[in-house]
Design a protein around this ligand. Structure first.
Ligand code: TPP
Ligand code: MG
Length: 348
């Protein structure tokens, strides 16, 4: 918890919040905070488990949680999510089981991917959270293709594609943004600019003043959003989703955030990052900014914050306990889910 000394506060009054988030704004913000608490607890525990050799790999999302939770609070149950490395909170906040996610991280017999996917690359069919490829940018063209299919079928669902600043240098970003606009596909291109592609800073990635500005060349609306402000994220995400659903085409949203952790459990940023980056990041920590807002609006106090923290600690501990005691996939499962039975039903 913060004493608030250095954190840049979110300056919203109740009237602003009604206008930006609707009449349920207090429930929305409280839910957002509880999900962000879960994400913080998860990141801390999973990085520790990886260091202890209990899970293989982890990609933390500390500093980026407002983007994921804002997205989860902006879509409906039939919408599709094509994530990058750090959007697991979107799946969890849309109803994916925490225990199933832990089964995936432990790559055990109840992992939906049965240990065949890289850890921290979950898929969650029931919430339309599509398995991610580690190959940067591929999810962008997949999301656009699926969105075009939705349009052809007159299905009112939309797709969200998440990718990083580094992914805007990949060919798939060009192909995806270009065809999204040409086809007027119902997709929101969500670029989480955490200012780093592993060790490469964003100013060595592009000469563009902003990543949102790239939308001009492709002919779609683009907007730069403070990704550490959950209110801004949610309201801009909802507007872009509504545009897509209304048949008004794609939007590129650039969410500016700070990557507050190593790139992954395999990285050491002290070798390339100046220490003042983390100092600046802490001032715009999305979790602490929301905590301050909730306190100011009398939606949270020390006791509530401690209870929410405890609720997440208990849930994460219980899920680890179950997953760690589940056996690895049996050798018999080697071909399960790999081949469609000939003449069998098509996957839904
Ligand atoms: C096509 C491709 N090139 C390089 C890599 C190695 N790689 C893995 S993550 C990463 C950086 C991605 O940065 P960004 O898109 O900004 O996402 P972030 O990790 O910051 O969320 C790179 C270069 C890869 N996985 N795929
Ligand atoms: Mg990045």
């Amino acid at each position: 918890m913060t004493d608030g000394a250095d954190v840049v506060p979110l300056e919203y009054a109740p009237d602003d919040l009604v206008a930006l988030l609707g009449p349920d704004w207090s429930t929305t913000l409280t839910n957002a905070f509880r999900w962000m608490t879960l994400a913080r607890v998860l990141d801390g525990r999973m990085l520790a488990l990886q260091r202890q050799g209990r899970i293989g790999f982890y990609g933390p999302a500390t500093g980026q949680e407002a983007v994921s939770v804002g997205a989860a609070l902006s879509v409906g149950p039939t919408d599709w999510v094509f994530p990058g490395l750090r959007e697991q909170l979107v799946a969890l906040a849309r109803g994916h089981s925490l225990t199933t996610y832990l089964h995936h991280l432990f790559a055990d017999d109840l992992d939906p991917a049965r240990g065949r996917q890289m850890p921290c690359h979950p898929s969650a069919r029931e919430v339309r959270y599509v398995s991610m490829s580690s190959v940067i940018g591929t999810q962008i063209t997949q999301a656009v293709g699926l969105a075009y299919g939705l349009k052809v079928r007159h299905d009112p669902s939309v797709a969200l594609a998440f990718f990083g600043d580094g992914a805007t240098s990949a060919n798939d970003f060009h192909a995806g943004a270009n065809l999204a606009a040409v086809w007027q596909a119902p997709v929101v291109l969500c670029c989480t600019n955490n200012q780093w592609a592993i060790s490469v800073p964003v100013d060595r990635q592009t000469a563009s003043a902003t990543l949102a500005g790239k939308s001009v060349a492709y002919g779609l609306p683009g907007e730069r959003v403070d990704g550490t402000d959950v209110v801004a994220v949610t309201s801009r995400m909802r507007a872009a989703v509504a545009r897509a659903r209304a048949g008004e085409g794609p939007t590129l949203l650039e969410f500016v955030v700070f990557r507050m952790t190593p790139h992954s459990s395999s990285d050491d940023p002290t070798r390339y990052q100046a220490p003042d980056f983390l100092q600046r990041a802490r001032q715009r920590d999305p979790y602490l900014r929301l905590e301050l807002l909730l306190r100011r609006l009398d939606l949270a106090d020390d006791a509530k914050l401690a209870a929410w923290r405890e609720e997440s600690d208990v849930a994460v501990r219980a899920a680890i306990e179950v997953a760690e005691h589940t056996p690895p996939p049996s050798p018999d499962s080697l071909e399960t889910d790999v081949f469609a039975p000939s003449g069998g039903p098509a996957p839904s």
